[in-house]
Design a protein around this ligand. Structure first.
Ligand code: ASP
Length: 421
């Protein structure tokens, strides 16, 4: 049953892309007729748009309750001991290391390519830079003054801090804590059931999202920036398969093929939504129920990863920097590259995993490297499709690190991993 759901989602993905592209071609060939307004307005703009949006909203709806409840359960089961500190340390350490590998790989490989010229360079007025918040502010901002506000805003890092504090207190509160812990465990089961219900609807959601998206996709921009697209997509796939494959096989002793197969539903969802945040309920379900990472680890690593670990985004920023530097004929030198590595790694911390955020933080990276921010306008046209691919890489990175940390802490259930789930 579960296996066939994966197949259904993948079929829906292929069907959505095909239908979207067919509608787009029909629209180009026969622009003004009754049929084009039917599929343009009613199907793409109406049914598919609404269906996709409802699906994404329903996924997002689960994020805050899921993170809160699941992390309270996870923290309670570990208690306030040294193990929790170790898990946090290993997770953050691995997230930073994998991001550094990602961006270095991107800079090294893309600088071997000669991208050539594109048409006209955009004017300075077309894009404004974003200021990098001081690191100290990011750190202080993680601590909420009002947990209800943090949840209303969906501020992931603040919710994580509050949930951990709450869970630690529950584990120390004796009989009272025991009762509350039981309640949270029951609640966790119910929320995971809600995720399961949504997963059953995923093929329809994925179909609607992709059909609408590929109907409106700008194919001509893709042709113009073909080399940039191919190089970036190639490095994303290389990192997503070779680096994570090595990570899970060497450090978690897991069969990478099985790992990737099990990740399919979450990756497809990431591709369709272009949002690590919206995909998080599915990533969590896959990591716990298929890969076998216990809740004590997954409840911490996955929400944290969706917020601070964005290897795919870092790769895009590396390739985009090299590309834009070449277009403007600026040599940023070794110091420039090191600045890019540092800024791109920091830029991903504290920014939520939502569509297009990588492009906004790219302006920070460009400013730090001394490149014109309006260069972002050049790659805008192809970014949506690349965003979908890099979000898939982002969440695969979260899952790989989660598996490695779980294995090292003896919190990986090999029976689940080896099962057909
Ligand atoms: N869409 C990406 C994510 O949610 C972030 C980005 O690169 O724009 O993970």
């Amino acid at each position: 049953m579960k296996q066939s759901l994966t197949r259904q989602i993948v079929t829906a993905m292929i069907a959505g892309i095909s239908i979207g592209l067919i509608m787009q071609y029909l629209n180009v060939w026969f622009p003004e007729n009754a049929a084009s307004s039917f599929y343009g307005e009613w199907l793409a703009g109406g049914l598919f748009s609404a269906g996709g949006q409802i699906f994404v909203n329903s996924l997002k709806l689960l994020v805050v309750p899921l993170v809160f409840v699941s992390l309270v359960c996870g923290t309670t089961s570990l208690g306030a001991n040294r193990r929790m500190g170790m898990i946090a340390l290993k997770t953050v350490g691995l997230y930073i290391v994998t991001t550094c590998i990602a961006i270095s790989l991107a800079l090294f490989l893309s600088s071997q390519v000669s991208f050539g010229l594109v048409g006209e360079l955009p004017g300075a007025e077309s894009f404004s830079a974003r200021e990098a918040p001081p690191l100290i502010d990011v750190f202080v901002g993680m601590f909420p003054t009002n947990p209800v506000q943090a949840m209303a805003d969906g501020n992931m890092l603040q919710i994580i801090i509050f949930s951990i504090l709450f869970g630690v207190a529950v584990s120390q509160a004796g009989d009272n804590g025991q009762r509350i812990s039981g309640f949270f465990n029951d609640l966790n089961e119910i929320i995971m059931k809600m995720v399961g219900i949504l997963m059953a609807l995923a093929p329809y959601g994925v179909f609607c999202l992709l059909a609408k998206l590929f109907f409106t996709l700008d194919i001509s921009a893709l042709q113009e920036l073909a080399l940039y697209f191919v190089v970036l997509a190639g490095i994303l796939i290389l990192h997503g398969t070779v680096v994570y494959g090595t990570l899970v096989s060497v450090f978690a002793k897991l069969n990478p093929i099985v790992f990737f197969k099990k990740m399919w539903p979450a990756q497809t969802m990431a591709f369709a939504t272009a949002s690590s945040n919206a995909t998080m309920p599915v990533t969590m379900e896959v990591v716990e129920e298929k890969i076998g990472v216990r809740n004590s680890v997954a409840s911490f690593t996955i929400p944290l990863g969706a917020t601070i670990n964005m290897d795919g985004t870092a790769i895009m920023q590396g390739v985009a920097t090299v590309f834009i530097a070449q277009i403007y004929g600026i040599d940023i030198g070794l110091a420039g590259y090191l600045t890019v590595i540092l800024t791109a790694t920091l830029a991903s911390i504290g920014t939520a995993g939502v569509p297009g955020v990588g492009l906004i933080t790219l302006t920070m990276v460009l400013t730090q490297a001394g490149l014109p921010v309006e260069g972002v306008a050049i790659i805008l046209g192809v970014d949506r499709l690349l965003d979908m691919i890099r979000t898939g890489v982002n969440i695969t990175g979260d899952a790989a690190v989660s598996a490695v940390v779980a294995k090292s802490e003896n919190e990986l259930d090999m029976e689940i991993f080896n099962s057909d789930r």
